[in-house]
Structures are given as structure tokens and as C-alpha cells.
Ligand binder design. Sequence first.
Ligand SMILES: Nc1ncnc2c1ncn2[C@@H]1O[C@H](COP(=O)(O)OP(=O)(O)OP(=O)(O)O)[C@@H](O)[C@H]1O
Ligand SMILES: [Mg+2]
Length: 240
Amino acid sequence: MTEPANAPTPGPRTDGDLVLDLRAVTFAYPRTPALRGVSLTARRAEVVAVTGPSGSGKSTLLHVAAGLLRPDSGSVTVCGQDMIALDDDAASALRRREIGLVLQHGQLVPELPVVDNVALPLLLDGTGREAARAAATGWLDRLGVADVASAHPADLSGGQAQRVAVARALVTGASVVLADEPTGSMDSDGGEQVLRLMVETCRSTRSALVVVTHDNKVAAVADREVRLLDGVVQHEAVLR
Ligand SMILES: Nc1ncnc2c1ncn2[C@@H]1O[C@H](COP(=O)(O)OP(=O)(O)OP(=O)(O)O)[C@@H](O)[C@H]1O
Ligand SMILES: [Mg+2]
């Protein structure tokens, strides 16, 4: 039976494809109001480029989206779950399960060899060691860094470390991949290849990819661009 057109909508509106929904987020560091009412959405298989000059709030926005910083006001919903309402353990679990994260300054675990850095999100979520290492090795291979699998992070170049961080973000098949300048330390050809792999992976696994960048090439492969200036959305454009 079809509902009459004017029937009240039962409960809140849901959109299964909407995997990241930030609304009117504000965040201030002790002396800097970094985000002043930013909204950002990302849907499955969508690529969103976050652009803007240095200091405009891009990294802060990604940290808030990942639940690593708690906003002063506004809401953060990841896969239908209210990130802000969760305690630290539940937020970490949601992040491990649903979010792949490439932070601007690497953040590999220095004590672990590369392969275990990539396997770590799977191990923490209960995958057996052998299966986790096999998956990690596959992603290192795709990223062109299988040869450094047993090296430690301190022995990697900046570009290699970023490739490892990208492998770690993709290994779990996360619903949302948040990447902060993921190819910033690579040469332009290498960066383009890695970016293409990230975009193809997210489209084929139907993850959302939110990528922070100064690079025009990234904006060229994105579905949407959200441009920040001084902690507000200055401009938003549908690109394809
Ligand atoms: N840990 C911190 N403590 C205090 N202020 C900070 C901190 N991190 C960032 N800020 C300030 O917040 C504002 C936004 O910084 P953010 O790192 O989000 O910018 P960004 O757009 O990522 O810049 P970039 O392109 O240089 O990476 C800036 O004014 C910055 O100086
Ligand atoms: Mg930044």
C-alpha cells in the first residue's frame, strides 16, 4: 500500500548513503576560533575535496569529523551515529570500524614495522594476525611500498610514510576515508597515482572520500569542492 503524499514522515529523515554529516560545527583553540559554523556532508562513493589557504581550518575540520577533537557546538554524525554523544571508547570503536584516516603529519606507530602499522586497525578489531598481515601486504603492494614492509617508520622517506598511511586508511574498507594532504610529500606523478587509487577504491567500495588539499589536481577528480576561509565555508561547488 502506498502512503498518501501528505503522510507525516515517520521519525527522523534517514539517508543511507549519507555517511558523514557535520552541521554548524564550531571549534576554538585557546587563542584561535578555528571553525566558526562549518557544515560538511559526504555520501557513499562520493569524493569531496576540502580546500582553502593555510590556517583556514581544514585539518581541524578533519579532526572533528574523526572524533579526535570535540566541537564546541554543532553535530557530528558518522554512519548515523552521533559521534559527540559517545564516550571515548565507543568513539574509538566507531572510528576504527567506519573511518580510514590519513593525518597531515603521518602518525605511524614508530615501534611497529610498516606491515603491522597497516595491519593494526584490523588486529584491533579482531582479525587474526595472519589474515591482517596478508591484507596489509596487499595494500602495501598496491601503494608501491611492499619493499619496506619490514622497515620501521623512522627509516621511511616522507612519501613512503604517506603511502603507508594511505594503505592503513584503506585496509579496513572504511565507510568514510578522511585524508589530510595525503600526497603532499610525493612527487606530482606519484601523488597523482596514489590519489587515483584512493578515488577508485572509494568508488568501488562505496566509501566516501574527504580529501584535504592545496593541489588543483585533487579538486579535478572530486565530485564536490568545499572551500574554507578563516573557519567558514567560503564557497561550495558541485564539480561533476
Ligand atoms: N594545536 C593548535 N593550537 C592552537 N592553535 C591551532 C592548533 N592547530 C591549529 N591552530 C590554529 O587554528 C587555525 C586552523 O588551523 P588548521 O591546522 O586547521 O589549518 P589548515 O587549513 O589545516 O592549515 P594548513 O593548510 O597549513 O595545514 C589556524 O589559525 C592555526 O594557527
Ligand atoms: Mg592542515
